[in-house]
Design a protein around this ligand. Structure first.
Ligand code: NDP
Length: 451
């Protein structure tokens, strides 16, 4: 058995109940096979086994009081995965499905994601099985305060800097940061995604969606194509999806889908800038359901179906797919229908939204396919820029941050393409992203000796 296969087998054996983590490890590790020959020093120092083990995993009780006065308890997590190249960094996810295996998969992916950004940030992830949907502002605030009451002792601007993810947006970051400031009595860059009034960066809310679109544009350019006139499917209706729609519109494409966990809307006319602003108001302020979009604009709505179910079942033609909701939303049947309906490019805004079988289908059909850890890295990259501004105690303009984001996305794309070629896998963005991220982290780990 190869070194890589041994590591995969061990991960499955010692943590049998973490399927998402197994999937992420397997997906990354299998593409690293060629590095074991080129870098015997990594094998000798057992980097492969060390890199799949988190530096530290914290699991904690989060008690809080709901509107009726009942005491409720959720489980909190912070997985500090790898800080070889910089302080731990990665988002917090509040969603009913959150468990240890999911947070470990996200923290593992984040390590490579962050290495690709060219900025000095290690990988981490955290969150809770708390579901903000249907909770009052007061309940969300009390939960965030209870969460920070424990998290504060594990984080710090030079140690670990969390940010948002599913279920954690501007409102939650405000409550979390406010409570950290209160109990630590300090105003520091300990969280990113902050409001502009208290240390946030312009373009941070937009960064993941914009960055995803910039990356997709780079992919299209390798075949002499661009967004103009292209039909685009975006899934989700949250932070990443909203700003992906905004940027695709600016680049001349037409987005025809959005979804939440209850329904998918299909708007053949296109979700233009005005409709996109409506979605932002609906989701970020009113905290409503995407079905209301269909009611307002009189479009098709498919309850209980994902964007990819609808594309498959209704035979809808799209040129570009940008999955931006959650993990494993695209399976083999969805991938096959995208291929059949003429889709040329899949750029993952979400983390691991395609199952391994779906990825295989994209690659076998020579589609432009790139994984989330490269495509969505604009979010954490701009968080890195927020940290820089906090350290320097100054703020850059919108143009400055957007320009830096575009440069970073182009450089990530270039690193993926060049690394894939170096390792004999031309056009394989998965191999390119994994190896490029891995080499940087592995070299740093090697330099430290056995720690
Ligand atoms: P949000 O919470 O803002 O939005 C998530 C959206 O996806 C919501 O509309 C949600 O619907 C929908 N969704 C969640 N689960 C499902 C499901 N099982 N089926 C259908 N729809 C679902 O999260 P983000 O936009 O921030 O994150 C989306 C993805 O992007 C995640 O994979 C995240 O890890 C990744 N990402 C985010 C970054 C960021 O900066 N925010 C950075 C890098 C990656 P509902 O409202 O019903 O829950």
């Amino acid at each position: 058995m190869s070194v890589i296969q041994e590591v995969i087998a061990k991960v499955k054996q010692i943590d049998p109940d973490q399927p998402e983590f197994h999937q992420a490890v397997e997906e990354v590790m299998e593409t690293l096979e060629p590095t074991t020959k080129r870098h015997p020093e990594f094998v000798k120092a057992n980097i492969y086994e060390r890199i799949v083990e988190p530096e530290r995993s914290v699991i904690f009780r989060v008690p809080w009081v709901d509107e009726k006065g009942n005491v409720r308890v959720n489980r909190g997590f912070r997985i500090q995965f790898n800080n070889a190249i910089g302080p731990f960094k990665g988002g917090l996810r509040f969603h009913a499905s959150v468990n240890l295996g999911i947070i470990k998969f996200l923290g593992f992916e984040q390590t490579f994601n962050n290495a690709l950004t060219t900025l000095p940030m290690g990988g981490a992830k955290g969150g809770s099985d708390f579901d903000p949907k249907g909770k009052s502002d007061g309940e969300v605030m009390r939960f965030c305060q209870a969460f920070m009451r424990e998290l504060f002792r594990h984080i710090g601007p030079e140690t670990d800097v969390p940010a948002g993810d599913i279920g954690v947006g501007g409102r939650e970051i405000g409550y979390l940061y406010g409570y950290y400031k209160k109990i630590r009595n300090e105003h520091t860059g300990v969280l990113t995604g902050k409001g502009l009034e208290y240390g946030g960066s312009v373009i941070r809310p937009e960064a993941t969606g914009y960055g995803t679109t910039y990356f997709a544009a780079e992919m299209l350019a390798t075949r002499g194509l661009d967004f103009k006139g292209k039909i685009v499917a975006v899934s989700g209706a949250g932070n990443v999806a909203q700003y992906a729609v905004e940027k695709v519109n600016q680049l001349g494409g037409k987005v025809i889908t959005l979804c939440d966990s209850s329904a998918t809307v299909v708007d053949e006319q296109g979700i233009d800038a005005k409709k996109c602003r409506y979605v932002m108001e609906l989701k970020n302020v009113k905290r409503g359901r995407i079905k209301e979009y269909a009611d307002k604009y009189n479009t098709a709505c498919f309850e209980g179906a994902s964007v990819w179910d609808v594309i498959r079942d209704q035979g809808i033609k799209v040129d570009i797919a940008m999955p931006s909701a959650t993990q494993n939303e695209i399976d083999a049947s969805h991938a096959a229908s995208l291929v059949k309906n003429g889709c040329i490019c899949v750029a993952e805004g979400a983390n691991m939204p395609s199952t391994p079988d779906a990825v295989k289908i994209f690659q076998e059909n020579n589609m432009l396919y790139a994984p989330g850890k490269a495509v969505n890295a604009g979010g954490v990259a701009t968080s890195g820029l927020e940290m820089s501004q906090n350290s320097m105690k100054l703020t850059w303009t919108r143009e400055e941050v957007d320009k830096r984001l575009l440069i970073i996305m182009k450089s990530i794309h270039k690193a993926c393409v060049e690394t894939a070629e170096t390792y004999g896998k031309k056009g394989d963005y998965v191999t390119g992203a994994n190896i490029a991220g891995f080499i940087k982290v592995a070299n740093a780990m090697l330099a430290y000796g056995v720690v």
